[in-house]
Design a protein around this ligand. Structure first.
Ligand SMILES: C[S@@+](CC[C@H](N)C(=O)[O-])C[C@H]1O[C@@H](n2cnc3c(N)ncnc32)[C@H](O)[C@@H]1O
Length: 223
């Protein structure tokens, strides 16, 4: 899946993944993401309202998003002023950072899987509709980026979905616990902190004979 797919998604407004409310699992389990720095990384952030919530909870939020339109929509919809800076490393990795006046929110325009090249590490990472947005062949790359970006003892809150992938293609892709274990267990302690079947699913699922999906919330603690 190349970035064109996501540019088309945003250009066509096909953003069914975007929630109009703050994610309840984030609210319920925010205590797991407490860190002394109060900084949090949101990979593949879109224009998620969860970022507003995290700022309101006194976090400095770093989001990474490959489609500039999503970033601009975020700032426009929340009437936030920002300044933009080009970032380029010696290895020619390029990002644009969009930062609010109070520096509490920094949205990086670029490929998340190169973000670790900037040398920033986090004690708290919130991965919702991010790992499961990617096709299976990119999971190891994504897991490697998350590993590189997490400080020792840092925590990732990872939200996944499981459903019968033989009936319908992603995204979102089904991600089984066995694969989460295989991707992360060398470097993280893994705890499932919530598991819930939900029928609150889009027509794509219902039209293909899927009546519910299982949402799982993992706490990954970096060893
Ligand atoms: C399913 S959406 C989820 C957005 C957000 N996490 C949310 O909860 O609303 C996935 C987002 O990741 C972005 N994206 C996809 N691949 C990316 C990459 N390699 N680097 C950064 N962003 C990416 C897409 O443009 C899209 O906005």
């Amino acid at each position: 899946m190349d970035s064109k797919f996501w540019h088309d998604v945003w250009d066509e407004g096909q953003i069914g993944f975007h929630q109009s409310e703050v994610n309840k699992n984030l609210k319920n389990h925010l205590n797991l993401l407490q860190s002394t720095e109060h900084e949090i990384l949101v990979p593949l952030c879109g224009k998620s309202l969860d970022m507003n919530y995290l700022v309101s909870e006194n976090y400095t939020v770093y989001g990474v998003e490959i489609v500039k339109k999503a970033i601009i929509e975020y700032f426009d919809e929340h009437k936030l002023n920002y300044h933009c800076e080009d970032i380029s490393t010696e290895q020619n990795v390029k990002f644009e950072s969009y930062t609010t006046e109070n520096n509490k929110l920094q949205l990086y325009h670029g490929d998340f899987h190169q973000f670790d090249q900037l040398g920033i590490k986090f004690s708290a990472i919130y991965d919702r509709a991010s790992m499961i947005a990617l096709p299976p062949e990119l999971r190891e790359v994504h897991a490697q980026s998350l590993r590189n970006l997490t400080k020792k003892n840092g925590t990732i809150l990872l939200i996944t979905l499981e459903y019968d992938q033989s009936k319908v293609n992603g995204p979102p892709h089904s991600l089984e616990t066995a694969e989460v274990q295989s991707l992360f267990s060398n470097d993280f302690e893994i705890t499932i902190i919530n598991e819930e079947k939900t029928k609150n699913i889009g027509p794509k699922f219902k039209n293909n004979g899927i009546n519910f999906v299982t949402q799982k919330v993992y706490c990954l603690k970096r060893k």
